[in-house]
Design a protein around this ligand. Structure first.
Ligand code: R5P
Length: 293
């Protein structure tokens, strides 16, 4: 046997060097299990500690959203510039090539459409599907203050329980009803509830006033939701303000794929998120990439 025959002198046990015990780079995540941390480290860049998630899951409740009519034509060219794709299993299986190495965040809640009460969701994907599809996280919508608040919270806690069993993180997506105030107080409440009940990270909206109180009172990472399409410079400014005030990245959809130049826009967002580019320099980058075509 090779080891038996080995010469003792050739080995180095580094007996004078204690084994390093590395802390995990993500807020509030140090006590998680190896598999969950490894998946989170595929979503969040371990160097910047942040992520650019490209959200294209809109069809699960509102059909062929503008910009998502043909995911194969409009979205696949953006994939190289995203850290993560957030989408449904239907689009994943039917359109996205399995050769991509990007982290997948799978939408697992569903069951309501824009024609009815949106908060009336259930868990719409079995855990076996998430395992089979090799996803890095499962996304569940949580409607704090919504008509089906409790049901949506329990959807999330169920996924946290099941995901913990198999090492798959759960992303809680805070949804805001039309008639609810979008302010720091509401998002503090929504994010904190999701974190207390076990979500591994949380997607929430940016608010102009006191967004830093939303991130600081949430013990796990927050990614900023994009929301409806606004001019590019405004979207870059919003992303900049969010990450400078403690967000661990963005999960943007329409402000990327509905941009006049989506490939340029996703790279500009990446500069803001990973390189702390200012809104002005990111906008310059956007324009120069756009002009290059
Ligand atoms: C809803 O809340 C979903 O997660 C969306 O389909 C999506 O992620 C929203 O992205 P955006 O608002 O940036 O278009």
């Amino acid at each position: 046997m090779a080891d038996m025959d080995g010469i003792k002198e050739a080995k180095n046990f580094y007996t004078d060097r204690p084994q390093e015990c590395e802390g995990f780079f993500l807020k509030g995540s140090n006590s998680l299990d190896w598999g969950i941390k490894n998946r989170l480290a595929r979503i969040f860049n371990p160097v910047s500690g942040r992520t650019v998630m490209l959200a294209i899951d809109h069809g699960y409740f509102q059909g062929p959203t503008t910009g998502l009519e043909r995911v194969d034509i409009n979205i696949l060219p953006l994939v190289p510039y995203a850290d993560t794709l957030m989408l449904t299993r239907g689009i994943l299986r039917s359109v996205v090539p399995p050769s991509i190495s990007k982290a997948i965040v799978l939408r697992v809640s569903g069951g309501a459409s824009i024609l009815k009460e949106l908060s009336n969701e259930d868990i719409a994907v079995d855990i076996e599907e998430s395992i089979r599809l090799n996803v890095c996280a499962m996304a569940v919508q949580v409607f704090i203050g919504g008509e089906y608040e409790k049901q949506s919270i329990i959807n999330m806690t169920r996924m946290v329980d099941i995901g913990n069993r198999y090492g798959i993180p759960t992303l809680a997506v805070t949804a805001v009803g039309k008639d609810m105030a979008r302010d720091a107080k509401y998002f503090q409440l929504a994010c904190r509830i999701c974190a207390e009940l076990g979500a591994h990270y949380i997607k929430t909206y940016y608010v102009e006033k006191d967004f830093d109180t939303v991130t600081s009172s949430c013990p796990v990472p927050i990614v900023m939701a994009g929301g409806k399409k606004i001019p590019e410079l405004e979207a870059l400014t919003m992303a900049y303000n969010a990450v400078q005030q403690g967000a661990s990245g963005v999960d943007m959809g329409r402000n990327i794929f509905q941009s006049e130049a989506p490939i340029a826009m996703i790279q500009a967002v990446g500069a803001v998120v990973h390189e702390n580019a200012t809104p002005a320099s990111a906008f310059d980058l956007y324009n120069s990439l756009k002009n290059k075509g």
